[in-house]
Design a protein around this ligand. Sequence first.
Ligand SMILES: [Zn+2]
Length: 95
Amino acid sequence: MRNPPGTTAVWIAPTATRFSCLCEPCLDLEDGNGLPVLEVVGGANVRGTLALDHDVGIVRCPAGHELVVRRRPASRRSHRSATMRLVAIRGGLGA
Ligand SMILES: [Zn+2]
């Protein structure tokens, strides 16, 4: 999925309510400016929260770049297959 120009998407885990990420535009701007790496990364660090009942949020870095925070959908298929395996094991033990 490509981001529209000027926005950066940040994907967080299905159950995450807090996140910390780096602003890519800030990293790009400072790339090659000769600043120490830790200083560049520290300046691009963005923290925020996203309530569990929200799938999308918007946060701005200290420089004002807009970051779109998106919640990854929970994987239903892997949960179902784990449940089916458990049922199969129980069935085997009970026979
Ligand atoms: Zn930024």
